[in-house]
Design a protein around this ligand. Structure first.
Ligand SMILES: Cc1cc2nc3c(=O)[nH]c(=O)nc-3n(C[C@H](O)[C@H](O)[C@H](O)COP(=O)(O)OP(=O)(O)OC[C@H]3O[C@@H](n4cnc5c(N)ncnc54)[C@H](O)[C@@H]3O)c2cc1C
Length: 385
């Protein structure tokens, strides 16, 4: 067993950390305040190869491993959750297109995503379809060589800026997951309307919006993959979805811990730096241990994915633990700032608002527990627990 990063992984971590400090952290407060997506920064990440890290080389990617990708996501998330979302969403969409798409679809859609010229959003959630993803109500009806979509999507990250959407719809609700199909829908398709950006608590610079489909017509050739849409959607969530979210959570918790540590050494009460009070030291020590534990869960799941081993349970372990850990520790970090943590004077206020999403998206942490329990039962039944 080897816990050390390769020379290549150390190099990419150092590069991502230096860009995060010099170019992302400096813009993070403005992105949050304006709730505007920073296209220049997204393109800068593309230039560095961070948008196509795991994508196939033949389409402009670097065919790198999932562990390296998780490291990059964590480093960028230390500076801005919203900016790191550009990486996780793009990698997720490239994953779907490269595993499911036809040759034409791959050639058409993947390179502009890797170059940071276009953005693709993922539209699964609906007003009445959240955790129960198989209950999708957006319908897909085939008419000659076209598909007509009707319905509404909710909470779609990046929708306000997206050039394309991967849309999850049903050809027959009665069939539940067996009726689910996925489609690539251009943002300017007739009948598609992106609603107003939602005024969110955190992750504000990513244009999260509802999307409406009213008789939206697309060529039937825009179907992505075959009729096993639901299984594929769930597999994508296991990988870039949950491992990306978990890596973002670790990056955010790390940034919160570092800022609380610095503050605790500078702030004095009762005639000594607050760091010297054991209660503060213990909070920081717990944070340090829990961050490391979450990181190792992520790297283990990522390593299993790269090795071609099953990793559903492990990626849910990582998402569950990292999400809960992030919320708990960012809250404790703010506590160390006292009243100053509650003002916008320090980034910890933004970190606190950004943290909560990690228990909600890519399957809430209740859903992660259900997935883990299901896997435990399956493994017991097959005698491989
Ligand atoms: C900022 C943001 C960005 C997002 N981006 C995207 C995106 O890009 N694309 C997309 O498709 N979706 C996106 N989502 C949606 C997100 O994935 C959903 O919000 C999430 O899956 C939960 O669904 P819901 O909000 O409808 O909650 P619900 O499913 O209604 O759940 C409400 C509560 O009930 C709990 N619950 C539900 N079922 C069970 C159960 N069986 N057992 C125990 N507890 C249960 C949940 O854990 C939760 O606590 C985003 C959401 C947010 C807030």
């Amino acid at each position: 067993m080897n816990f050390g990063l390769s020379a290549e992984q150390v190099a990419i971590r150092d590069q991502a950390r230096s860009v995060a400090t010099a170019e992302v952290a400096t813009r993070a407060a403005k992105i949050d305040a304006s709730a505007e997506f920073d296209w220049d920064l997204h393109q800068r990440l593309a230039e560095l190869g961070f948008l196509g890290l795991t994508a196939p080389e033949e389409f402009g990617g670097q065919a790198s491993n999932t562990v390296s990708w998780c490291i990059v996501v964590e480093e960028i998330a230390r500076a801005s959750s919203a900016v790191s979302n550009g990486i996780t969403l793009t990698d997720g969409m490239i994953h779907y297109i490269s595993t499911l798409g036809t040759r034409d679809q791959k050639e058409k859609y993947i390179p502009p995503l890797i170059r940071g010229e276009k953005l693709c959003s993922f539209a699964l959630t609906e007003p009445n379809t959240g955790s129960d993803a198989a209950s999708v109500r957006t319908t897909a009806r085939y008419e000659g060589d076209e598909v007509i979509l009707n319905g509404q999507k909710m909470f779609i990250s990046g929708a306000a800026y997206a050039d394309h959407f991967i849309v999850v719809a049903t050809v027959d609700r009665e069939l539940r997951h067996k009726g689910i199909r996925t489609y690539i829908v251009p943002g300017d398709a007739p009948g598609l309307v992106v609603g107003e950006k939602l005024d969110l608590m955190g992750i504000r610079g990513f244009g999260t919006s509802p999307v409406f489909f009213d008789g939206c017509r697309i060529p039937a050739s825009n179907q992505l993959g075959g009729n096993e849409g639901f299984r594929i959607v769930m597999q994508g969530l296991d990988g870039p979805g949950r491992l990306g979210a978990a890596s973002q959570a670790v990056g955010l918790a790390q940034a919160a811990m570092e800022s609380a540590l610095t503050y605790s050494l500078e702030r004095s009460q009762f005639g000594q730096p607050i760091f010297d009070h054991q209660a503060i030291q213990f909070m920081l020590a717990d944070m340090s241990a829990e961050i490391e534990a979450a990181r190792l869960l992520i790297w283990n799941a990522a390593w299993r994915r790269d090795a071609g081993l099953p990793f559903t349970k492990e990626s849910s372990h990582a998402k569950l633990f990292a999400g809960d850990m992030c919320v708990r520790n960012v809250s404790n970090a703010l506590q160390i700032f006292g009243g100053y943590g509650y003002s916008k004077e320090y980034p910890i206020e933004r970190f606190y608002r950004d943290a909560k999403i990690h228990q909600i998206w890519d399957g809430t942490n209740q859903i992660q527990r259900m997935i883990i329990a299901r896997q435990l039962k399956k493994q017991t039944e097959s005698g491989i627990l």
